[in-house]
Design a protein around this ligand. Structure first.
Ligand code: NAD
Ligand code: MG
Length: 387
């Protein structure tokens, strides 16, 4: 059997390293063709020595010599810089690209990969948030499949197996609620970076962990769901489910609800996307109902966690609105991580950016690029003026 050739964008991160664990355990099904990272050159070098990709990209130029030096005796091409990402995803031996880098930076390589007819295993949700309409229509034109890696969207995708002819009444995205579930604004005003980085159920990269604490992650996921499953916003519900055992649900026209369940472990959605339509075997710990006497559900607190509302509003508005929200959020989260702004100010930066940046109803690719840059400039300025 031919192995499926995988390119991993962001191989040194939380999703990237777990994807390599999946591939290591299924080495007869997959070959690693491309590895890329922005930092952590040492880990990238170790990964390249183990998995022997044909190409490696380190986007930080100053780390090139370290990576190229360490791999000089291996038949691996090494590149530096962001532009290289758009080239390596098109390589002939690549069948599928796992987009596991953070934020807007995933957009261009994803578009290039789709243009070259490569299937996408999509972890980088920001790509669909920024330019969902463009990316999904390009995928349709090129006959490319986008397989969700995000656990909620993987759950929905799994619930939809065999349901192609049946109407979705609504989908119900579950949210853990993050580390600050049940807290009020007075409490949130004083929370620290360390508190926000402590997620109750998942161990993830810093940006998505902060997004989970503000509920922006769920907002981004609502937008991601709209594009992946072609649903109006009114058909996408969010329910807080602190145990993170039900990963999301689909309700059909007859009222029946299908849920996908399991212990929270990203390796499961990763391997479902890589192996689809086959379910690869795994020895991950199994869910035991007797350890969970109650699974609970509650409405999200939209007064306290404004980011979820901001994401819904951007989705309703359409055009470049979600691109603005995403860029402002990326800048605000980074500023919070650098302790330049407080937790609640993350929403303030987004609200002011949305009010300020020009709305474009039908953006071109270039419009998205400019919207992203303008919003970053505006949000960065706004933060500098405040401190
Ligand atoms: P991470 O910070 O752990 O890793 C990010 C990886 O991408 C690293 O290899 C890093 O070097 C690389 N990278 C970061 N910025 C880059 C840039 N500008 N250019 C090139 N490379 C860059 O992040 P993560 O938690 O693995 O998340 C990756 C993506 O997957 C995000 O979009 C996130 O929302 C999504 N996601 C993550 C999880 C999770 O459990 N971690 C779950 C669902 C979705
Ligand atoms: Mg998720």
């Amino acid at each position: 059997m031919n192995k499926k050739g995988i390119a991993i964008l962001g191989s040194t991160g939380s999703i990237g390293t777990q994807a390599l664990e999946v591939i290591r355990a299924n080495s007869s099904s997959f070959s690693v063709e491309v590895l890329t990272a922005r930092s952590n050159a040492e880990l990238l070098i170790r990964q390249a020595i183990e998995f022997r990709p044909k190409e490696v990209v380190i986007t930080t130029q100053s780390l090139y010599n370290q990576v190229a030096g360490a791999l000089r005796n291996l038949p691996i091409k090494i590149y530096a810089g962001d532009e290289a990402l758009g080239d390596v995803v098109q390589s002939g031996s690549v069948d599928m690209v796992l987009t596991a880098m953070v934020g807007y930076s995933g957009l261009l390589p994803t578009i290039k990969a789709i243009g070259a007819g490569k299937d996408i295993a999509l972890a980088n949700k920001e790509t669909l948030v920024v330019a969902g309409e463009l990316v999904t229509s390009l995928a349709r034109e090129n006959g490319v499949h986008i397989f969700p890696v995000d656990s909620e969207h993987s759950a929905i995708f799994q619930c939809l197996a065999g349901e192609a002819d049946n109407r979705i009444e609504k989908i119900i995205l579950t949210a853990s609620g993050g580390p600050f579930r049940g807290k009020d604004r007075a409490f949130l005003a004083g929370v620290t970076r360390q508190q926000a980085l402590r997620h109750p159920n998942w161990s993830m990269g810093a940006k998505i962990t902060i997004d989970s604490a503000t509920l922006m992650n769920k907002g981004l996921e609502v937008i991601e769901a709209k594009w992946l499953f072609d649903l109006e916003p009114s058909r996408i519900d969010v329910i807080v489910h602190p145990q993170s055992i039900i990963h999301s649900m689909v309700q059909f026209g007859d009222g029946s609800i299908k849920a996908q369940m399991g212990l929270p472990d990203m390796k499961l959605p990763i391997q479902y996307a890589l192996g689809y339509p086959k379910r690869l075997q795994s020895d991950f710990p199994r869910f035991d109902f007797s350890n969970y006497p109650s699974l609970t559900f509650e409405k999200p607190d939209l007064e306290t966690f404004r980011n979820l509302v901001l994401a819904y509003e951007a989705l309703e508005k359409g055009g470049n609105a979600a691109c603005v929200v995403n860029a402002a959020n990326e800048i605000a989260v980074e500023a919070f991580l650098q302790e330049k702004i407080g937790f609640l100010e993350i929403s303030d930066v987004i609200i002011d950016s949305v009010a300020k940046i020009k709305f474009i109803k039908k953006p071109s690719f270039q419009d998205y690029v400019e919207t992203d840059q303008e919003t970053r400039r505006f949000a960065t300025n706004m933060i500098q003026v405040r401190i």
